[in-house]
Design a protein around this ligand. Structure first.
Ligand code: GLA
Length: 388
């Protein structure tokens, strides 16, 4: 737990008067490898991190939601029967979106007073929004006396994003925020939703997250653009190979794509090459992880970053500077951007004995090349969303 629950409870009492009757949490995540593959029905390998969103709540007798976002010092009120977006308090949309999906499933919903407190950095590619959705879902589960299965909970979160919030995102973030497990990474097949928890078994290497501390405003539109480009490549392959049932890039192999280099125009071709090669790397990364082979995993992470920079074009000058600086430092097995891209964080696999020096030198080098102050986050894999 990274949030002090007693303090959060005290804040709840101060804000709403009286004791809460439910406390829930959900973590942020970092993706080790498998980027921009989820919405193509490919493979991902994320882990939940020791940064989380906590909700302290009490049932209300009516159908209203009274929320206090203590980090932002913002308040919002909504009705669970008139579910509308809130332009002034957009963070509330994630919670109202969850009620909308629960209502569609005819699950018991009630009003609540609740306080939200979290330490997942906002807008940095560590899935603060998935953490908020999955924490909100846990709150409604605890009040309604029902519990969704892990994959169904994640799918509900994805529908909130795709529907209420209008983002074409995949299922990775919600899945890991709900199903993550302490000391494990999670290998997910985004088509079947079969998953495997892989123990973190590197004898001497650890993951280090480096935040560029800059996010780009255009992430959502650029993201949706990439989704469209992948679809275009898929349709061209579907027509070429006469595979009428194909729906996602997952229905094709990298070799099948490569022979069409001259007939699929760019950028669609390069986008698809990233996705299909990333699926191969992600499966190889699982093997490396099971074998505790940090050197091999590091190489795959670096290859993933090259592909995201050159073929998928979702890095930024700051992400490139951070990853390049990391690779020059002693003890670094590999470095790559993580999450949607265009800003946010990198993830690095580093020898434990070098971590302190690595963190210091990396921040120095990043400052020297960009003029910006970054931030290092070191985290073990954490548990998924729970009712405390
Ligand atoms: C965002 C989305 C995920 C995934 C990543 C890129 O985090 O929410 O579904 O597509 O970007 O891998």
């Amino acid at each position: 737990m990274s949030i002090n629950i007693e303090q959060a409870k005290a804040l709840f009492i101060q804000e709403f008067g009286g004791e809460p009757d439910s406390i829930v949490r959900a973590p942020g995540r970092v993706n080790i490898i498998g980027e921009h593959t989820d919405y193509n029905h490919g493979f991902v390998l994320p882990m939940a991190i020791e940064r989380e969103t906590v909700i302290v709540a009490r049932k209300r007798a009516d159908r209203e939601l009274h929320a206090f976002a203590s980090n932002l010092e913002r308040r919002a009120v909504a009705s669970i029967d008139q579910r509308v977006r809130n332009a002034e308090e957009p963070w509330m949309d994630y919670i109202v979106g969850v009620t909308e999906e629960l209502a569609k499933l005819d699950l018991a919903l009630c009003g609540a007073d609740f306080l939200i407190q979290g330490d997942v950095p906002l807008g940095c590619g560590l899935s603060s929004s998935a953490a908020l959705e999955m924490a909100a879902l846990r709150m409604f589960e605890s009040f309604g006396g029902f519990e969704l299965a892990g994959p169904a909970a994640a799918q509900l979160g994805q529908r909130v994003e795709n529907g209420f919030l209008g983002l074409s995102s995949g299922i990775m973030d919600q899945f890991i925020s709900r199903c993550g497990k302490r000391d494990h990474a999670l290998f997910l097949d985004c088509r079947s939703l079969d998953y495997e928890l892989i123990p973190m078994a590197f004898p001497t290497a650890v993951f280090v997250i480096a935040n560029t501390c800059c996010s780009r405003g255009l992430t959502a539109s650029k993201y949706n653009e990439r989704v469209g480009e992948c679809r275009e490549a898929m349709e061209r392959m579907r027509d070429h190979y006469g595979r009428a049932t194909a729906t996602h890039l997952r229905d094709f192999t990298l070799a099948e794509l490569e022979v069409l280099q001259d007939s699929i125009p760019n950028p669609a071709f390069s986008r698809a090459r990233h996705v299909l090669s990333e699926d191969v790397r992600t499966q190889a990364a699982c093997e490396a992880m099971r074998a505790g082979n940090a050197k091999r995993l590091g190489e795959l992470m670096t290859a993933s970053d090259d592909s995201l920079r050159l073929d998928y074009e979702v890095t930024s000058p700051e992400l490139d500077a951070m990853a390049a600086a990391a690779r020059k430092l002693p003890g670094c097995h590999g470095a790559r951007m993580t999450g949607a891209g265009f800003g946010g964080c990198t993830i690095n696999l580093v020898e434990e004995s070098e971590v302190t020096r690595f963190a210091e030198e990396l921040m120095k080098a990043y400052k020297a090349s960009t003029g910006l102050v970054g931030e290092v986050i070191i985290s073990k894999p954490a548990n998924g969303a729970e009712i405390l």
